[in-house]
Design a protein around this ligand. Structure first.
Ligand code: URP
Ligand code: ZN
Length: 464
């Protein structure tokens, strides 16, 4: 199958230029001009930007959080991703049954995704406890399954101690594996949540107060130092949300810490904690870390403009507002944490980031496509427009203005946190390996067409 994407303004991680893209058998063969169009399907991108398919390095499809299960499975969640220009996800696994092996969840996640995902996908492993057996499984899984990143949590029931965290970092450094970390200080959060509950302060507005920015900053600081003491172990901080957390990252950057990758998410750039003021509407935005102040978002945008962060992801983890989110109606601590966002990310970042002049188009490509691919060992197959890369493309018309509304998007959830946001630029066409999977507001892909990606080494493991 031969496809030519013609007349577009091609945006890569380093440049924007006019040209055509020739795709054959799913792979980009050439980027240039004047390719013979016989026997080819021609996709006209005149007046539009053509970007590499976006990579979302942080989703939670079908996540079992104990009190509920995220309502997008690997079918509905990847349809949503595809319609929003994301052609690859790297999904964070649930912990699994208490004391289970790391292999248990790898097998479980293949069962959840196989035959369902409509776009290409990979997994991050997760630790719930640490011992010699678990550490040797980590290495085995990296080699056999290409799962070259594992997550640890510093909060929630399966938080790791400093000693176990250090053990994991040492083993990861030796094996060239990335450790992704949810950074929040558990003790402070427990204390504040208990106090709010005791005082009857149970509305959504107490959620952000129970998880202060300094609880994130302390944990970011701790992880940076532990990783440095483990020999600059490859460390990836997920969902950085605050200017205080960012200050810790900047300090590590100044000290030239190697192997440090940092992710923020669309919501921390574009939404603020005033959403929690309404006790009902606030439930929609209960997530961890919580939304912060406008000044936090401004600091994160500045860090993106200055190339100090690496990735913008989503932490997509949706629940129904009218069902699971209502568990928190009388007590915010009972509300399942998480919100949808996989479909919204690229459109929001294009409009709020590029069209509003906060970041350049190559920066947008770096944060949403190239860098997540590099951080997680799938570059240049993914995140790249060059010969040899997969024919994963997004065509965006910058001249169309539209309003984000749940009615127009595809995930299972009954709300979007971005409802009513005016967007400049619209995703027209999405292609995966040369096939059109979304065109003119309609999903055209097929269930099970997504391929599992065995990943290679991260640039973080190479001491980036
Ligand atoms: O609120 C969040 N982040 N929900 C997803 C589950 C997690 O990893 O915390
Ligand atoms: Zn998450």
């Amino acid at each position: 199958m031969k496809v030519i994407v013609k007349n577009g303004m091609i945006a890569t991680e380093s440049a924007v230029f006019s040209g055509d893209i020739l795709i054959q058998d799913g792979v980009i063969r050439a980027v240039g001009q004047g390719f013979p169009a016989e026997d080819a399907e021609v996709v006209d991108a005149k007046g539009c930007y053509v970007l590499p398919g976006a990579v979302d390095a942080h989703t939670h499809m079908d996540l079992d959080v104990g009190i509920a299960r995220a309502i997008d499975d690997f079918y509905s969640g990847t349809v949503a991703a595809a319609c929003g220009g994301t052609t690859t996800i790297i999904d964070h696994m649930a912990f699994g049954p208490k004391d289970c092996s790391l292999w248990h969840q790898v097998e479980e996640y293949h069962r959840l995704a196989d035959g369902k995902a409509v776009i290409d996908y990979a997994f991050h492993g997760v630790f719930q406890h640490v011992n010699d057996q678990i550490l040797s499984e980590m290495k085995e899984i990296a080699e056999k399954e290409g799962i070259t990143s594992f997550k640890i949590y510093l909060t929630y029931d399966y938080k790791l101690s400093d000693e176990d965290t250090f053990r994991v970092l040492k083993a990861a450094k030796e094996a060239g594996i990335v450790i992704a970390v949810h950074c929040e200080n558990h003790g402070v959060i427990q204390y504040l949540r208990n106090e709010f509950v005791r005082e009857g302060k149970l509305e959504a507005k107490y959620h952000p107060l129970s998880r202060p920015a300094r609880a994130e900053a302390e944990a970011v600081n701790r992880m940076i130092h532990l990783a440095a003491m483990a020999g600059d172990a490859p460390l990836y901080i997920v969902h950085l949300s605050s200017k205080e957390g960012l200050a810790e990252v900047m300090q590590a950057r100044r000290l030239h810490q190697k192997g440090l990758g940092v992710e923020t998410c669309t919501q921390y750039l574009t939404l603020t904690d005033d959403l929690y003021e309404d006790p009902q509407e606030g439930l929609k935005a209960i997530m961890s870390p919580p939304l912060r102040k406008a000044e936090d978002g401004a600091a994160l945008w500045q860090a993106l403009a200055d190339d100090q962060l690496d990735v913008v992801a989503t932490d997509h983890c949706p629940f129904y507002f009218h069902k699971e989110k209502q568990y928190g109606a009388d007590n915010f601590t009972k509300c399942p944490n998480g919100a949808p966002g996989v479909e919204e990310r690229l459109g929001v970042m294009f409009s709020e980031g590029f069209m509003k002049g906060r970041i350049s188009l190559p920066q947008l490509v770096r944060y949403c496509s190239a860098n997540p691919a590099k951080m997680f060992g799938i570059y240049p197959k993914k995140g790249c427009i060059a010969p040899g890369a997969d024919g994963d493309l997004v065509i965006i018309d910058p001249n169309v203005t539209h309003t984000m509304t749940k009615a127009d998007i595809h995930g299972a959830s009954d709300y979007s946190c971005y409802e009513g946001l005016e967007l400049q630029g619209e995703i027209k066409t999405v292609m995966q390996r040369g096939s059109v999977i979304y065109r003119d507001h309609t999903f055209t892909g097929s269930k099970g067409a997504g391929q599992y990606l065995k990943r290679g080494r991260s640039v973080l493991a190479e001491g980036k």
